[in-house]
Design a protein around this ligand. Structure first.
Ligand SMILES: NC(=O)c1ccc[n+]([C@@H]2O[C@H](COP(=O)([O-])OP(=O)(O)OC[C@H]3O[C@@H](n4cnc5c(N)ncnc54)[C@H](OP(=O)(O)O)[C@@H]3O)[C@@H](O)[C@H]2O)c1
Length: 250
């Protein structure tokens, strides 16, 4: 259960899984703050939450910048009086095999998924440990620590890093009262799970065979796992990496 009024910061909250997570936390009574680079996308999430009777705010921030991640946390606390739960969900994918990848692609994928998660956690933990603790959920992937797929090496290396970073941070900071876990989705219903040139129909056909459950995850199915692991009912889960992938890595 989420305590109504708790303040939840969600990076990458302007679309996809991040937007669905914002909506799920807001319907549980939380105040949600969404962060990302595109203010229009963030405003879209804020509108949806408010239309449903929830409380939401947006902060434009790039998680690859330490200045931005520090400001993102400070502004959340300043405007809403605290930070109780953080969901580090901002991410980008790129398809390129090792030998054909350029350094810019590698750097962008590692900076956003891995360094962005670390920078966000650094400032979230910095606040939470001075204010009685909190909860952090990092969005990793079933690609990474749990599964490898040719053609996605930078993304897989970055997400394996997120899984490992989550477990290490969890052990480092549980004594500060900060409970840190990861959720690792499988293919979810956003453009990120489309292969280059693939339509949604092509994806449905591919996943009907490739995924034991026979379909893509809805963004709500991932968001519900995030809300659950952040809540009191999962209070003894520390450094867990919850794979939500329809059986692919079972
Ligand atoms: N969809 C899947 O099948 C799947 C599977 C496993 C894991 N995941 C993970 O789930 C998370 C959400 O993905 P999604 O599928 O919902 O894709 P998405 O809609 O593209 O969401 C990614 C979000 O991250 C934000 N973002 C990207 N770079 C950023 C940066 N430098 N600073 C701040 N925000 C940034 C984007 O907003 P801006 O561009 O406006 O900044 C966007 O809102 C990602 O971490 C992804 O790796 C997705």
């Amino acid at each position: 259960m989420i305590t109504p009024g708790e303040v939840v910061l969600i990076t990458g909250g302007g679309s996809g899984i991040g937007r669905a997570t914002a909506q799920a936390f807001a319907s549980a009574g939380a105040t949600v703050v969404v962060a990302g680079r595109n203010p229009d996308a963030l405003a879209g999430t804020v509108d949806l939450v408010r239309q449903a009777g929830g409380t939401a705010d947006a902060i434009t921030a790039d998680v690859t910048s330490e200045e931005d991640t520090a400001r993102m946390v400070a502004t959340t606390v300043e405007r809403h009086g605290g930070l109780h739960i953080a969901v580090n969900n901002a991410g980008v994918a790129a398809a390129a095999p090792v030998a054909d990848m350029d350094l810019d692609t590698w750097t962008r994928v590692l900076d956003t998924n891995l360094t962005g998660t670390w920078l966000s956690m650094k400032h979230e933990i910095g606040h939470m440990r001075r204010h009685g603790g909190g909860v952090i959920v990092n969005i990793a992937s079933n690609l990474g620590a749990h599964r490898r797929l040719p053609g996605f090496s930078a993304y897989i290396a970055a997400k394996a890093g997120v899984s490992a970073l989550t477990r290490t941070a969890a052990r480092e900071h549980i004594a500060d009262g900060i409970r840190i876990n990861a959720v690792s989705p499988g293919s979810s219903d956003t453009p990120m799970s489309l292969r280059p040139g693939e339509t949604e129909e092509d994806r449905a056909e591919r996943l009907r065979v490739a995924v034991p459950i026979g379909r893509v995850a809805t963004v709500d199915e991932i968001a519900n796992a995030v809300v659950w692991i952040a809540g009191d009912q999962a209070g003894y889960l520390v450094g867990h990496d919850l794979v939500v992938d329809g059986g692919v890595t079972a």
